[in-house]
Write a protein that binds this ligand. Sequence first.
Ligand SMILES: NCCCN[C@H]1CC[C@H](N)CC1
Length: 292
Amino acid sequence: VIPGWFSEISPMWPGEAHSLKVEKILFQGNSEYQKVMVFQSSTYGKVLVLDGVIQLTERDECAYQEMIVHLPLCSISNPKKVLVIGGGDGGVLREVSRHSSVEQIDICEIDKMVVDVSKQFFPDVAVGYEDPRVTLHIGDGVAFLKAVPEGTYDAVIVDSSDPIGPAQELFEKPFFESVARALRPGGVVCTQAESIWLHMHIIEDIVKNCRQIFKGSVNYAWTTVPTYPSGVIGFMLCSTEGPSVDFKHPVNPIDANDSQSKSKGPLKFYNSEIHTAAFCLPSFAKKVIEPK
Ligand SMILES: NCCCN[C@H]1CC[C@H](N)CC1
């Protein structure tokens, strides 16, 4: 360990570790589920770490939060009911609330400490909780979805951590089946889907499960997030049987004034061109992900 530096060492990305220079540790605690830490970095603003894994930094969180929300919501016209699984920091809520057609935003986060810590240290991320359309449920997303009436949601966003830890079940087939049941015909889901540089085997398994479960379209998109392992993160975008969804061409582009509300500031990363580009994959990934 280099004094004054945080290194993200994990068996999920063996032999490599991204490091950030630490100015000051601002919070350390143990929740019921994981170790929670916040530190002030030298060049990426404040950083949220769960069980030694970087979840977000103030400098680059916009890339992940904007893409995981606007890739699905800009792919369907008039999203009204949205469910967020995970996402306790509130960043996904901030982005969903830019869509004026949305009437109801439910969020199910298992770890209350993540919510409280985000409100205390990341107010520009946790601002999402201030939207009156938001209802916060503290609990297990797997159980929450089982209780959801069939066909309730237009969109589900699964903003999870990695498969090692509390989010493990969110990468397994039964969970994807419960998401499909909770979606209306032609409804969409977008999940955090790891890195094509590090996790092709996990992605292959997820794609196989999604193709069996989601009878609409199944696509993989990716983007750059400097402080995530290998500097990229991907998303599974799936739609249920019903009105067809073309994820690659946004039918519901985010409107300038929708996103210009004072509390949230302008979009820093997402736009319609980068939406379409996100689905372009390198050949080694196309081979595994795209249908034979
Ligand atoms: N809302 C915070 C983002 C959570 N997703 C991250 C994806 C990459 C992982 N290595 C860590 C969590």
